[in-house]
Design a protein around this ligand. Structure first.
Ligand code: ADP
Ligand code: MG
Length: 325
C-alpha cells in the first residue's frame, strides 16, 4: 500500500517536471518547455521534423517538392490537411494570401538566398502561375493546374504548432509553451495556474520585446519584416510579398501578431494582415473578431485590437499604444 502511494507520488511529481528542448527545423530555431514525461519531448521533435520533411519547398525528397515537380500527387494526410486549410484561408484572404506565390518568392532570391531585385518582366512572368484557384484536392490527391507551385511557408509553422498542441493533449500534458520560431502555442496555463506571457519581439532589436500577451490555450503568430530581408541601394526588401504586385510589402507595418485558437489561422492571418496594411487589418479584425491583433508600426506605435486590451502589456518605453481603430 505504502509502496503504491509512493509510486503514485513519484509519478505525479515526474509529470510536473519542467522539460526544455530545442529543435532546429523549418529553417528556424524552435524551443519547447513543457511539464510532463521526458518521452513527450522526443515525440514533439519527431513530429516537427516529419512535417519539415513533408512540407519543405527545397528538400528534394519532400512531398511538396515532388508535387511541384510533377503537378499532381497523392500525399500524406498532413500535407493534404494543411493544403486544404491553406486553400480555404487563401479564399478568405484573397488578394493578400496566396500559397502559390513560390515563383515570385524565388525570383527575389528568397529560396536560394541569392537575393536580387528582378526585372518587371521577370515578376510579371512569375505572377502568371500565382493563383490559388489552381490548387485542386480530390481524395488524397493534390493537383496543381497551369504550372502553379505550392509554398506553404506562411502556414507551416502554425500547422506544426497545432500538431504539437494535439500531441501534448493526447499525452496528458496540461502546461506547456511551444515556440515554433515566431509562432508560439500556450498550452493550458503555467503549472501555478497563472497565465503564460508571450513576448512580442521588438522589430528593431529582435532579442528584446515590446511587450507581452498574457493568455492560455492560444496560439500567437508573428510575421515581421525583420525576419528575412535584404537591402539594396538603401531599400529593404522583405520576405512577405504582395501577391497582386509581386513586390515585397513596404508599408507602415514592422510586425503583425495574431492570437487565436488555431495555429494555421494565426499564421495565415499574420502574413496576410501584414500585406493588408494597418488600417484594413484592424477593420478586418473588428469584422471577424475570432482573433486578436497586435500591429507594430515603423514609427513605433502599437495598435491592439479591443479584445486584447486587457491581455497585452506594453513594456518598451520606445513604443506608444494608440487608441485609434
Ligand atoms: P515566417 O515564416 O518567416 O514566420 P510568415 O509566416 O509571414 O513568416 O511567412 C512568410 C513566408 O510565406 C515567406 O517566406 C514566403 O515563403 C511565403 N509568403 C510570402 N508572402 C506570402 C503571401 N502573401 N501569401 C502566402 N505566402 C507568402
Ligand atoms: Mg505566417
Amino acid at each position: 500500500m505504502v509502496f503504491m502511494a509512493l509510486t503514485a507520488v513519484l509519478l505525479c511529481s515526474c509529470s510536473l517536471l519542467k522539460r526544455e528542448i530545442r529543435v532546429d527545423a523549418m529553417d528556424t530555431f524552435m524551443s519547447f518547455e513543457y511539464y510532463g514525461d521526458e518521452a513527450v519531448g522526443g515525440r514533439l521533435k519527431k513530429s516537427v521534423r516529419e512535417l519539415d520533411s513533408l512540407l519543405s519547398v527545397t528538400k528534394r525528397k519532400s512531398e511538396i517538392f515532388s508535387l511541384n515537380k510533377s503537378g499532381s500527387k497523392r500525399v500524406s494526410a498532413d500535407t493534404l490537411d494543411l493544403t486544404g486549410q491553406a486553400k480555404a484561408l487563401c479564399v478568405e484572404l484573397s488578394g493578400f494570401l496566396d500559397v502559390t506565390i513560390l515563383p515570385v518568392v524565388e525570383c527575389w532570391g528568397f529560396i536560394d538566398q541569392r537575393y536580387k531585385v528582378p526585372s518587371k518582366k521577370e515578376i510579371r512572368s512569375a505572377l502568371k502561375s500565382v493563383a490559388f484557384n489552381n490548387i485542386e484536392l480530390s481524395g488524397s490527391r493534390i493537383t496543381l493546374k497551369n504550372g502553379s507551385r505550392l509554398d506553404l511557408g506562411a502556414v507551416a509553422k502554425g500547422y506544426a504548432a497545432d500538431k504539437g498542441v494535439g500531441l501534448l493533449k493526447d499525452s496528458g500534458v496540461k502546461s506547456a509553451i511551444l515556440n515554433y520560431g515566431g509562432t508560439v502555442a500556450a498550452v493550458g496555463s503555467k503549472p501555478d495556474g497563472t497565465l503564460w506571457k508571450i513576448g512580442i519581439a521588438d522589430p528593431d532589436n529582435p532579442s528584446g520585446y515590446v511587450g507581452f500577451v498574457s493568455c492560455k490555450d492560444k496560439i500567437v503568430a508573428t510575421s515581421g519584416g525583420y525576419e528575412r530581408y535584404f537591402e539594396k541601394n538603401s531599400r529593404r526588401y522583405i520576405h512577405i510579398l504582395d501577391p497582386k504586385t509581386g513586390f515585397p510589402v513596404d508599408n507602415e507595418i514592422s510586425s503583425v501578431s495574431v492570437v487565436s485558437d488555431s495555429g494555421v489561422r494565426s499564421d495565415a492571418l499574420s502574413t496576410a494582415l501584414f500585406v493588408m496594411g494597418r488600417e484594413k487589418a484592424l477593420e478586418y479584425q473588428l469584422k471577424k473578431s475570432d482573433f486578436g491583433l497586435i500591429v507594430l508600426t515603423k514609427d513605433k506605435k502599437v495598435c491592439v485590437s479591443p479584445d486584447l486590451r486587457d491581455s497585452f502589456t506594453l513594456t518598451s518605453g520606445d513604443y506608444t499604444l494608440t487608441g485609434e481603430q
